[in-house]
Design a binder for this molecule. Structure first.
Ligand code: ASP
Length: 582
């Protein structure tokens, strides 16, 4: 070993010990007769002291050390005269008697300190240097802790970690596949798994009973702050269970993780809401319930008064921004601009102020009397000082727009504290979702999700209304994970494929292996998957999952450090029998 202790280990009780440390030079300071070097490793920083009077040669050597040199120092632990209370090793320093340079270093492209001068791109290009910084390594440490505690919980509950393959064929999650050409099978391709879904179901047929895996999944989708083309799932499946069993098991996991990692006690059952109610109250299938501001529907009382915008709307929805009646013209204009942004797409925003003096004032006073406005106020529980914000139009669109406005206002009013955690199970998702693009129903979750049997009669008349035994765990407006009880019956699965517009041949080609397995005794089963990156990010009160991945991709899916994706050689292309079209 190059060291006897790490740089984060020594305390006042170690004074007089002879030690050897190794690490990186964070910085060095010459103070006339003394030179001090901060030596850093993953565990912390220890100060090395060199004295011009007692050992001139060594001190001169120390003065030549550059930033990020890798060194080894031997010496005695002594008490510091001026202590640093900010770091755990701040009471001691090492009186160095031997100094070895293990490796020199070029000056790093940015300062390797908590506050760095490096921009995002530069730090990503030199991510290995970025990881030397505390704020970055601490995020990876947190991730490690969460993964480890997950494994403990899963193990304690009888789950078996089973690996599933990465080179497979198209999976059913509904995103675009990443594909890998096969050399041995000309013109054929593997797909990288969008999830281990089919394999974990096969493992249930195998009798594995309780499976989990912390594994990479790949989806070729447009990227956002909370999306990466490759991400990690805590993927789980259980046999002989009903929805209630799955929810309880994984509510337990989340409680365990928050308790041991964050010391957050969820000493209550996670609240539950149906998907339909979530859409109605929050316009979102992952509501942020850290604050109220639930939707209030004014459709009944605001339509038919001659205001054509309302009269032509399917739904008129408002939220009550408590205490915001004093909003200025400028503030209201800013909110209007917000909802009119193309990503949100509202055509305008209507307000109604409930002033402190008891009067009301709206942007549509021409059409609505004080009496009308009072009725709105009553519906929305508006008190003096409140502000109603109203959007209208087609139901679903308006709900979604209002969701954005609600979240925006919640942030503006400081109601979304990232250190407050509000979990919520969202249940009874619709089984199907209409795809404009494909002009057919698609599985909202995936085609193996079981429908609620009591809704099956809607198959011929109103398939969009069939509910599934599918659930998500939302927290603070983020989907942490989701899953479903699966279809384990061969005939029902065939019926589902038909409903989803698969011809028997197409179903056979894509999922024949699973259908065949289901003929050999598939147990009732269900499960879910959590996004590990998102979960860790949430636990840290942050919002970019990229920071919790050691080597992430940038916004356009590139790894700027290794410079991938990249062209491959003609020889490789030839071996794969691939022609790249210009
Ligand atoms: N495979 C699903 C997903 O990736 C999770 C599940 O249903 O267990 O969303």
């Amino acid at each position: 070993m190059y060291r006897t202790q790490t740089c984060g280990e020594l305390r006042i009780s170690d004074v007089n010990k002879m030690v050897t440390l190794a690490g990186w030079v964070q910085r060095s300071r010459d103070l006339g007769g003394m030179t001090f070097v901060d030596l850093r490793d993953r565990y912390g920083i220890t100060q090395l002291a060199f004295n011009m009077e007692t050992n001139e040669e060594l001190c001169l050597k120390a003065r030549k050390l550059g930033r990020e040199f890798v060194i080894q120092a031997k010496g005695k632990v002594i008490e510091r005269s001026s202590k640093n209370t900010k770091i755990p090793t701040g009471e001691i320093e090492i009186e160095v008697t031997e100094l070895n340079i293990l490796n020199e270093a070029k000056t790093p492209p940015f300062t390797i300190e908590d506050e760095s001068d490096g921009g995002d791109d530069l730090r990503m290009q030199y991510r290995y240097l970025d990881i030397r910084r505390n704020p970055v390594i601490n995020k990876l440490k947190l991730r490690n802790r969460v993964a480890l505690e997950t494994r403990k919980y899963m193990d304690e509950h009888g789950f078996m970690d089973v690996e599933t393959p990465m080179l497979i064929k198209s999976t059913p999650e509904g995103a675009r596949d990443f594909v890998v050409p096969s050399r041995l099978h000309e013109g054929q391709f593997y797909a990288l798994p969008q999830s281990p879904q089919t394999f974990k179901q096969l493992l249930m047929v195998s009798g594995v009973d309780r499976y989990y895996q912390i594994t990479k999944c790949f989806r070729d989708e447009d990227l956002r702050a909370d999306r990466q083309p490759e991400f990690t799932q805590i993927d789980c499946e259980m046999s002989f269970v009903e929805q209630e069993d799955v929810l309880n098991m994984f509510e337990g996991l989340i409680k365990h993780l928050f308790k041991v990692v964050k010391d957050v006690d969820f000493n209550y059952d996670f609240p539950r809401i149906t998907w339909a109610d979530a859409m109605k109250k929050y316009g979102s299938d992952k509501p942020d319930i850290r604050f109220g501001m639930e939707f209030v529907y004014l459709t009944d009382c605001a339509k038919g008064k001659g205001f054509s915008v309302f009269d032509n709307a399917q739904e008129i929805i408002c939220i009550n921004a408590k205490g915001c009646a004093e909003y200025t013209r400028k503030q209201l204009d800013a909110l209007t601009d917000f909802v009119k942004r193309p990503q949100i797409g509202a055509s305008g925003l209507i307000y109604c102020k409930f002033n402190a003096d008891g009067t009301t004032k709206s942007s549509v006073d021409k059409f609505f009397s004080e009496e009308d406005r009072k009725v709105w106020g009553e519906k929305a529980g508006a008190e003096k000082g409140d502000l109603l914000l109203i959007l209208c139009g087609e139901t679903e669109k308006t709900q979604k727009q209002m969701n954005e406005l609600r979240l925006h206002l919640g942030s503006e009013l400081g109601l979304r504290d990232p250190q407050v955690f509000k979990p919520l199970w969202v249940l009874d998702f619709p089984l199907l979702e209409w795809s404009e693009e494909e002009n057919r129903f698609m599985a909202m979750h995936h085609p193996f999700t079981s429908p609620k049997l009591e809704d099956l009669h809607l198959t011929a008349t109103d398939p969009g209304k069939i509910r599934a035994n599918a659930y998500d765990l939302a927290m603070n407006g983020v989907e942490l994970g989701g899953g479903s009880i699966r279809i384990h019956d061969h005939a029902l699965q065939l019926q589902m494929f038909e409903l989803l517009g698969f011809t028997p041949e197409a179903a056979e080609t894509q999922f024949g292996f699973l259908m065949k397995a289901f003929e050999f005794g598939a147990p009732p089963h269900g499960g879910l998957a959590f996004g590990l990156d998102r979960l860790v990010c949430m636990m840290d009160g942050a919002d970019s999952i990229r920071d919790y991945i050691a080597f992430p991709k940038n916004n356009s899916g590139r790894d700027v450090m290794i410079d991938a994706p990249a062209p491959i050689s003609d020889k490789q292309l030839k071996e794969l029998n691939i022609n790249v079209l210009k």
